[in-house]
Design a protein around this ligand. Structure first.
Ligand SMILES: C[S@@+](CC[C@H](N)C(=O)[O-])C[C@H]1O[C@@H](n2cnc3c(N)ncnc32)[C@H](O)[C@@H]1O
Length: 330
């Protein structure tokens, strides 16, 4: 009989379970069982699986409590009911083993490379770096963009309300994705005009989102890279949840491009160590392995701004670790 620590260790290192659950999600096994398809033969036929292999998968899923079984009929448990709940809709999208979320998570397989070098491990797992893959894999880009937009729709109202936009006319949302944050700001402040600068492949979804927000006449999409010279003529450059994707050297390069325009630079981030994610330390490791990025403290932002020729004029902390750092060129 293993002792408690040995059992806990065995549980922690077992990779079969997360992959088995992700395979079940991809095969829609919880949905099928909930809909009355309950035998291995029927589940295999409906999900397009090899019956023997599916049986072995189901045996493990029963062992870990995802399903119950009686007389060869599978049934839901609290775990599978939870997986099917509306609150877990996002999580299901992330878990499916054949989907973009799992593709991102596979970067964890290169964690040793990340820890040794401080670099993203995505290329280690997929042979190409994340941002290159993101530009050519539409499913990955739309999935990542939707996660970002969901986040921006939470933080956007705070930025729109808390920052003083009265003396501002034109805003550039640098690395603004589909413009979720810019939309919040423009909708709340009708005197503002703006643009989203992001990688060219983001254009269709960004233009659609801006049009859907009723902002087609007040906001445009500018395709480009924030490592190249940025367009001028804007009073404020918003840099939201962008620096977190990069190491200090690259983050400083982005801020230097912003500083060159002479505009005020408003950095929006979530502070390191705050409980915005269920498990902040694992979120941070995901940032490292997926992107080579990092979360930062207020002191880190001061240092980063200084290294890019900017001075921090003020910081404002909001709920959930949200921080708005206003910088000006020195
Ligand atoms: C983490 S998302 C943040 C999106 C948005 N600002 C927000 O707050 O939700 C990072 C964004 O940076 C963009 N991006 C990545 N590399 C870029 C580059 N070299 N130039 C411009 N945008 C880039 C991505 O397309 C993505 O939209």
């Amino acid at each position: 009989m293993p002792n408690d620590a040995a059992a806990e260790l065995a549980r922690l290192v077992d990779l079969a379970t997360p992959f088995a659950i992700r395979a079940a999600v991809a095969l829609r096994l919880p949905e099928l069982v909930a809909g009355g398809t309950t035998t291995t033969a029927d589940l295999a036929a409906t999900s397009g699986s090899d019956a023997d292999s599916l049986d072995r998968l189901l045996r493990h899923l029963v062992n870990v409590g995802l399903f119950a079984v009686e007389d060869g009929e599978y049934a839901l448990t609290d775990l599978s009911r939870e997986l099917l709940s509306e609150q877990q809709r996002w999580q299901r999208g992330w878990l499916a083993l054949d989907g973009p979320g799992a593709k991102m998570d596979l970067a964890y397989s290169g964690m040793l490379h990340s820890v040794r070098t401080g670099e993203s491990a995505y290329g280690h797992a997929h042979g190409v770096d994340f941002w290159t893959d993101y530009q050519r894999d539409e499913k990955l880009r739309l999935f990542f963009g939707a996660i970002m937009a969901a986040h921006a729709w939470q933080t956007g109202p705070a930025v729109a309300a808390d920052y003083d936009w009265t003396a501002v006319n034109r805003v550039l949302d640098v690395g603004g994705g589909i413009g979720a944050l810019l939309s919040e700001v423009l909708l709340k402040h009708p005197h503002l005009h703006g643009a989203v600068l992001d990688l060219p492949p983001v254009r269709p979804e960004a233009e659609q989102a801006l049009a859907d927000a009723g902002l087609a006449g007040r906001a445009e999409f500018v395709g480009g890279s924030f490592f190249d010279p940025l367009p001028t003529g804007y009073d404020v450059l918003l840099v939201s949840r962008v620096l977190t994707d990069w190491n200090d050297e690259d983050a400083a390069k982005i801020l230097r491009r912003c500083a060159e325009t002479g505009a005020r630079v408003v950095v929006v981030e979530v502070l390191a160590g705050t409980e915005h994610a269920k498990n902040n330390s694992s979120f941070d490791l995901q940032s490292l392995t997926l992107l080579g990025g990092r979360e930062r403290t207020i002191d880190d932002f001061h240092a980063l701004a200084a290294s890019a020729g900017l001075a921090v004029r003020g910081t404002h902390e909001g709920q959930g670790g949200l921080v708005v750092v206003e910088c000006v060129a020195v």
